[in-house]
Write a protein that binds this ligand. Structure first.
Ligand SMILES: [Zn+2]
Ligand SMILES: [Zn+2]
Length: 537
């Protein structure tokens, strides 16, 4: 941190500042953990002057680490969110992918890491039930409840069902938006019926967020900050300009995919996070979060940045507009916290589960891999695996050799190799996300049944830098910088004002929030409080 930067911050503090020096400032009653999915480290810098409300207030008053580090490979959502929530690396919190490659009923295939047949998603009979049983570590919400059983923990989100990563095993509420039923809902793991404030929101306020068309709210003078609206890579060239309206975009003649439900279309817009922040304000009121004599916890998972980023790319006008909308909605939510909880009576963190790589970025010298290339590589592995009389050890060596022979693969790791000390920085990043027997098939995604997929043998593959799968306009999941650098900002009670370029990791977010709120942390965490962010208590 330079002195000039620090002075700049002090001068920028607006009228609505948190009390700078009051004794109250050291006694938060509410921890608010906000995560914007796929918010890359450089996006808040790029749009700093254009986001003056919620983001601007958090930046100007908080402690801003511009390039926070995701300290593990496989930069996918569940591993990233659970790391933010638990202060542990995926190898220790257990959610080492979004899906795992496992044997079920004699066949090898994917299961979601949150899947749990013993439970149901309320109002959604076609959805599989979810729980946190595969999460091995308690979350910050659980630490908070363990200090005082009267403390409340609430996790809300629009990534389905990401709030599980924050709610963990014990929470007062965990709700996410499910497009298949157009409702915020939960699993019977957490509740037998929807809380009255959620049921009322689904029946009432939600509709007002769904009448809206996704119009451009970026003013003319800021348009040049983002890429041109009609970039052909956005949404593979279809329906890629403003305004975005269901009526037009669902029509097959305009490249739409009728009978896409309205709710599925809406799920890909920033309108859902505007609704989410309104629901979060309802949660604060109904559950009286931060309004008693104990410390409560509220997690907010903003999912639209991930959906819009995948569809349009990180520098698209659509992602800029999404951030503009989030900025206003966040500002209103902070105003609500000030009124309901009190200025200086809450501490918050804003971060992201991972960044993203845009393969069309002029600075990126990569290639988009077609599914057929991945299938051809997996075919070769199936062939090797059916050769006679191989021991498992020999087979694993052969699979690694086939993988490393591919022109887009940089390396392939067995669990044994990841357990050895090494000066190769990638070894540590992959070791941080290895859980024996529960290995993801990412990035070697396949539509076919593959009994000898490398994931079965706990082999994880690293693609060469900027070799990305053909899933969207922009994707994440790699161990490279653009996927691993995210903003980390702490603000509010117990937090020092300042900034630094880099240093802290996402694994440090939960321990820092706990330290600011005076919540004891479990022993053996991978993360540590960030001392520079904390006011001396
Ligand atoms: Zn994500
Ligand atoms: Zn994503």
């Amino acid at each position: 941190m330079t002195k000039n930067l620090f002075l700049g911050i002090v001068l920028m503090v607006p009228m609505t500042a948190w009390p700078a020096n009051a004794a109250d400032n050291l006694k938060p009653r509410l921890i608010v953990q906000i995560t914007a999915d796929q918010l890359r480290g450089d996006l808040l810098d790029r749009y700093r002057a254009a986001l003056p409300n919620g983001f601007g207030r958090i930046e100007a008053q908080g402690y801003w680490i511009h390039e926070g580090i995701v300290d593990h490979a496989l930069t996918l959502s569940f591993p990233g969110h659970a790391t933010l929530a638990t202060g542990m690396n995926p190898a220790h919190h257990g959610l080492t992918g979004n899906e795992w490659w496992v044997e079920k009923d004699g066949k090898w295939g994917e299961i979601d890491v949150s899947q749990d047949k013993r439970y149901k998603v309320i109002d959604a009979p076609k959805r599989q039930g979810v729980s946190a049983v595969n999460l091995l570590a308690p979350t910050l919400g659980e630490w908070t409840k363990s200090v005082n059983p009267r403390a409340k923990s609430v996790a809300l989100g629009t990534g389905n069902p990401i709030p599980v990563a924050y709610a963990g095993h014990h929470a007062n509420a965990a709700y996410w938006y499910d497009a298949s039923i157009n409702e915020f809902t939960t699993s019977t793991y957490y509740a037998t019926k929807l809380a009255p404030w959620v049921a009322a929101f689904n029946k009432g306020a939600l509709a007002s967020f769904q009448k809206r068309v996704w119009t451009l709210t970026v003013p003319d003078e800021q348009l040049s900050l983002a890429a041109p609206d009609d970039d052909p890579n956005e949404r593979f060239g279809r329906n890629n300009t403003f305004p975005h309206a269901y009526a037009a975009e669902a029509r097959p003649a305009s490249g739409g995919t009728l009978p896409t439900e309205f709710s599925v279309w809406w799920d890909g817009t920033p309108l859902k996070d505007e609704a989410l922040l309104a629901l979060a304000a309802k949660a604060v009121d109904a559950e009286k979060l931060g309004q008693g004599d104990v410390v409560d916890y509220l997690a907010i998972d903003l999912g639209s940045t991930d959906d819009v980023g995948h569809d349009f790319g990180p520098f698209s006008l659509e992602q800029f507009d999404t951030l503009k909308r989030l900025d206003r909605a966040l500002g209103e939510f902070l105003d609500h916290l000030d009124a309901a909880v009190g200025k200086g009576r809450y501490v918050l963190a804003l971060s992201a589960d991972h960044g993203v790589i845009d393969p069309t970025d002029p600075g990126v010298n990569g290639r988009i891999l077609r599914p057929a290339e991945l299938e051809a590589l997996l075919d070769r592995i199936e062939q090797v695996a059916t050769e006679d009389s191989l021991t498992e050890e020999t087979l694993k060596e052969k699979i690694v050799a086939v993988l490393k022979n591919s022109d887009f693969v940089a390396d392939a790791y067995t669990e044994e190799r990841l357990a050895q000390p090494s000066s190769d920085p990638f070894i540590r990043l992959y070791a941080n996300v290895m859980r024996r027997g529960l290995t993801t098939n990412f990035p070697l995604w396949t539509k076919r049944e593959r009994p000898h997929h490398p994931a079965r043998y706990n082999i994880i593959v690293r693609f060469k830098e900027n070799m990305v799968i053909d899933a969207a306009a922009a994707v994440h999941g790699s161990p490279y910088a653009q996927d691993r650098l995210v903003p980390i900002i702490f603000a509010g009670a117990g937090i020092h004002h300042g900034e630094e370029a880099a240093g802290a990791r996402t694994v440090d977010v939960a321990p820092t929030l706990a330290a600011a709120a005076g919540i004891p942390t479990p022993k053996g965490l991978d993360g540590h409080p960030v001392p520079a962010a904390l006011l001396t208590r």
